[in-house]
Design a protein around this ligand. Sequence first.
Ligand code: MN
Length: 323
Amino acid sequence: MAYIDVFNGDADGICSLVQLRLADPKDSQLVTGVKRDINLLKAVDAGSGDTLTVLDISMQKNHDDLTRLLANGVRVFYADHHKPGDIPEHPNLAAYIDMSPTMCSALIVDKYLAGQFHLWAITAAYGDNLTEIADELASQYGLNSEQSSLLQELGLYLNYNGYGASPQDLFYHPAELYKECVQFVSPFDFIEQNATVFNTLKQGYEEDMALASNEKLFHETDTLGAQILPDKPWARRVSGVYSNHLSNDYPERAHLLLTEKADGDYLVSIRAPQTLLEGADEIASQFETGGGRKGAAGINALPKADITRLVELMEQRYGPHTR
Ligand SMILES: [Mn+2]
């Protein structure tokens, strides 16, 4: 009879589990990883009598392992906001899936728990870049602007910590960070009483962002800004939040962020202009290891020789004629 908690290593995954375990404490086994590591059910072995909680990872990407575990007699609670694919019909599966663009997994859990730990849910909404929704909830719950900016900061840092190629790149393994958070019913108490964690993340974020801003763009037009970051832990950590930042600063431009990998290929983040949130997935899927959503997509391993073609594709897709 084991409890196994499987969660994405970003703000949304962590804050989802924090709420559930504050409501229903369990001595559980934790399965998580860096944000991009979403095939988390693969490593899970469980059987009849075991209870599995799965948070903020695509059911579609974990479909075969979910089916395997259900067939083993495992009871599963699943909450997520990514495309689920076919949801298995099984009496042992409780699936809470909501793909609406105004939801994140922690808000789904918040609804399930009738708002018991809404401060953590608001933190996650900020972390998932759902700023307007988070602001709305914050004012509904009577937070002042100082309080809501503090939750926004925490969400940003928790989210930032999840990026990286492997847990070695991160300041805190997401499982450790979860354990630090779940000791506090309120994220405000976490920030105040666990100041070392908060300040470590804040300082790391600020230093990494400053380093990224120092790197020059190698291609810059009204249509597209493109930048290369070096093969360094700071670059792998900051690339995701830095892309969000660029995209907020230049909403009319598309963005391309390439991070060098040890083998000479590039990890690529593609952002459509915020004023034309489409096409990023189509561009990414023209490359062997590419994929993603309309507004934001990526390529896992782009050979150096393909950089020019990628830049041209983006200039064509988002050039003046598309407006
Ligand atoms: Mn999420």
